[in-house]
Design a protein around this ligand. Structure first.
Ligand code: ATP
Length: 238
């Protein structure tokens, strides 16, 4: 069986600077795969290239067997790939509910959209309680919930989350991570970029460690969690 997402020898440059230097990995349906690594390793660049926001200089990205090279970002969303970006990018003056509806802009099944809005409120009750308020009034963690809820509104076959725990309090971070675990239990396929290696590897089926544009180590989440070099470099152990 072919993987849902296949990234093969991917290279991406910003002008003369090569940020991603020939990486390969796959994501199977139902899996959570994480990319971990320090600042500037190329994780965000990888997600933005999969979404069609950046063009690769070499390599292949296939989704559901289709090469993505010729697709625009909106067409990639329509194929079933949703991206909750680093920094969230919610629309602060729009209501929470209208932000969620934007995630469904390519759909026209009204009843399905309403059902999915209710599902988002089940997953994140605070969003339902405040649905008529401007999204800018939410805390950072609540805005992260909204960004995830909005990405889910496109009914993705693969959900990409870029640094969902960034800048959050430990309690809020735990809440976001347990929601990702809940989505995984529901069968959602997730590609997760995280600086918090401990949290990401604890829930991932597969992990890849990125350093300066390369994947330097790959393995199951639990193997990487117990790998000595990972523990030293990313989990702050001597
Ligand atoms: P972070 O966690 O800090 O976002 P990252 O692993 O996601 O790190 P990227 O944001 O993908 O890393 O950055 C990879 C490299 O590309 C870095 O050296 C970064 O400075 C560079 N880079 C990123 N965006 C641009 C840009 N728009 N123009 C030029 N260089 C860039």
């Amino acid at each position: 069986m072919t993987a849902l997402l296949e990234v093969e020898d991917l290279r991406v440059s910003y002008g003369k600077i090569e940020a991603v230097k020939g990486i390969s990995f796959t994501v199977d349906t139902g899996e959570v795969v994480t990319l971990i690594g320090t600042n500037g390793a190329g994780k965000t660049t990888t997600l933005r290239t999969i979404s069609g926001l950046l063009k690769p200089t070499a390599g292949q990205i296939r989704f559901g067997g289709k090469p993505l090279r010729r697709y625009r970002p909106d067409q990639i969303v329509a194929l079933g790939l949703a991206h909750s970006p680093e920094g969230r990018h919610i629309f602060p003056s729009m209501t929470i509910e209208d932000n969620l509806r934007l995630g469904a802009y390519l759909r026209n099944d009204r009843a399905g959209i309403e059902a999915d809005i209710r599902k988002a409120y089940d997953l994140f009750p605070i969003l339902g309680e405040r649905r008529r308020q401007a999204a800018g009034t939410l805390s950072g963690g609540e805005q992260q919930m909204l960004a995830m809820g909005r990405a889910l509104m496109s009914q993705p076959r693969l959900l990409m989350l870029d640094e969902p725990s960034m800048g959050l309090s430990p309690i809020m971070m735990q809440k976001i991570m347990s929601t990702i675990a809940e989505l995984k239990a529901q069968g959602t396929t997730i590609l997760l970029v995280e600086q918090n290696a401990q949290a990401a590897l604890s829930l991932a089926d597969q992990g890849h460690v990125m350093e300066t544009g390369n994947v330097v180590l790959s393995g199951s989440g639990s193997n990487l969690l117990h790998d000595e070099s990972v523990r030293k470099a990313y989990l702050g152990e001597d």
